[in-house]
Write a protein that binds this ligand. Structure first.
Ligand code: SF4
Length: 334
């Protein structure tokens, strides 16, 4: 098999250990879309091909990026636990000639069902759970270093909220090469040790899907605050359990992952991290036309901290109105 034939596109965080165990190179389509030199152009291209204005920009961007990269011939799509639009995306990519494999997280978080899903995925990828387990263990030092990076964000402030976000979202596919990613991460951690320690206030948490806007973290800093908890990217990075030595395997690791199951597991994690990190407030980012917008009501009902809900539609910098709302929210917290 030529190198390019080993690339497999992923639509969300998947059990990447199985992908790697099968000798494949994961390519997170979300990261490729948003880091493209012209993400807005990709969305326009998808609309030009007939996708509706009233469809989330991430789906359109992923679709257009995938069309432009036929070398990613297989797509592993999360059919349950990520996005209500994924089925249509799978069908569009099938029409475009891609091989599409589905993987579902059981909504009820049932362990036996998850174990069956993992075994089914391993079979489809041409590997097995034992090999996936070996990869899981080999990734632990890397995941521990990501945990260290996360800790340096909220304990000493030596890692910024923007850097934290970027490293943690990139851990969904390790930029395709876990060893090279780990080398870069080790270099980054060595570099930040030399930075002065600081205690940013007010300390904020960012909830929800990764923002499509390019400068949310930077704007928060400009306005005198810092995001020290990136909820969903932290979940994507699958950091080791808080209690050291806790016994895990692939299935229990993916049961601990809060994002694909019901919102109440997310809320328990957010509440724990808000207290641990002494957060003053939360920003809930919602994407225009995303079904997850409806969860804002539940987050507000269950979380005791002040919450600002920000909605984003297209890539690029924050608009003036959103910046003003952020400013007013931070004034309230001061
Ligand atoms: S933002 Fe929402 S609708 Fe868009 S891809 Fe993500 S989960 Fe799906």
């Amino acid at each position: 098999m030529r190198a390019q034939e080993t690339k497999i596109g992923i639509t969300s965080t998947v059990p990447v250990e199985l992908v790697l165990a099968a000798g494949l190179t994961p390519v997170d389509l979300n990261n490729r879309f948003i880091n493209d030199p012209d993400p807005a152009g990709l969305v326009e291209r998808a609309e030009g091909l007939g996708l509706p204005r009233t469809l989330c920009a991430w789906i359109k961007g992923i679709y257009a990026w995938a069309l432009g990269h036929p070398e990613v011939a297989t797509i592993l799509a999360v059919t349950q636990g990520d996005c209500s639009n994924t089925q249509a995306l799978m069908e569009l990519l099938t029409l475009a000639g891609r091989r599409v494999i589905g993987f579902g997280y059981p909504h009820d978080r049932d362990e036996a069902s998850l174990r069956a899903s993992l075994a089914g995925l391993a079979r489809q990828l041409g590997t097995d759970l034992a090999q996936g387990e070996q990869v899981r263990r080999s990734l632990l030092p890397l995941r521990r270093d990501l945990d260290r990076l996360d800790e340096l964000t909220w304990t000493t402030g030596q890692v910024s909220g923007a850097e934290n976000h970027l490293w943690l979202v990139s851990a969904s596919d390790f930029d395709g090469d876990p060893a090279a990613f780990h080398t870069r991460l080790s270099g980054f951690l060595a570099e930040v040790q030399a930075r002065a320690k600081r205690a940013p206030v007010p300390r904020l948490g960012l909830l929800g899907v990764p923002p499509i806007m390019s400068d949310l973290h930077r704007t928060v800093v400009e306005l005198g605050a810092e995001i020290v908890f990136n909820e969903v990217p932290r979940q994507f990075a699958m950091l080791p359990p808080e209690s050291q030595g806790q016994d895990e395997d692939l299935a229990t690791q993916y049961l601990r992952y809060t994002y694909p199951y019901d919102v109440f597991h997310r809320i328990a994690d957010i509440a724990r991290q808000s207290e641990r990190r002494a957060l003053a407030g939360l920003i809930h980012y919602t994407q225009t036309f995303c079904f997850r917008q409806a969860q804002d009501l539940i987050l507000r009902a269950r979380l005791p901290l002040p919450i600002l809900t920000l909605e984003g539609d297209s890539s690029g910098p924050l608009d003036a109105r959103t910046r003003l709302r952020l400013e007013a929210f931070l004034e309230r917290l001061a």
